[in-house]
Design a protein around this ligand. Structure first.
Ligand SMILES: [Zn+2]
Length: 73
């Protein structure tokens, strides 16, 4: 979830609700997963746009539950 003004002021993790902080002394947010999905034909959400942000800690918990591990390059 992002709160907008002219620039992105704050980003919250949709899973844990914690704010994704900016790196010390900078205007750059700590790295996180940002998803913006336009659902299309043959889905039950045709025409909907879903977006969310996930912090790195929650990301690690999610991928730990995968039956097939992620691909790392
Ligand atoms: Zn989180």
């Amino acid at each position: 979830m992002k709160e907008y003004s002219r620039k992105i002021e704050k980003i919250y993790c949709n899973l844990c609700g914690e704010e994704i902080k900016k790196a010390d002394g900078s205007d750059i947010f700590e790295d996180h997963l940002s998803v913006d999905k336009n659902w299309g034909y043959f889905s039950k959400k045709d025409g909907e746009n879903h977006s969310f942000d996930i912090c790195e800690r929650c990301y690690d918990r999610i991928i730990d539950g995968f039956k097939i591990p992620i691909e790392k390059k």
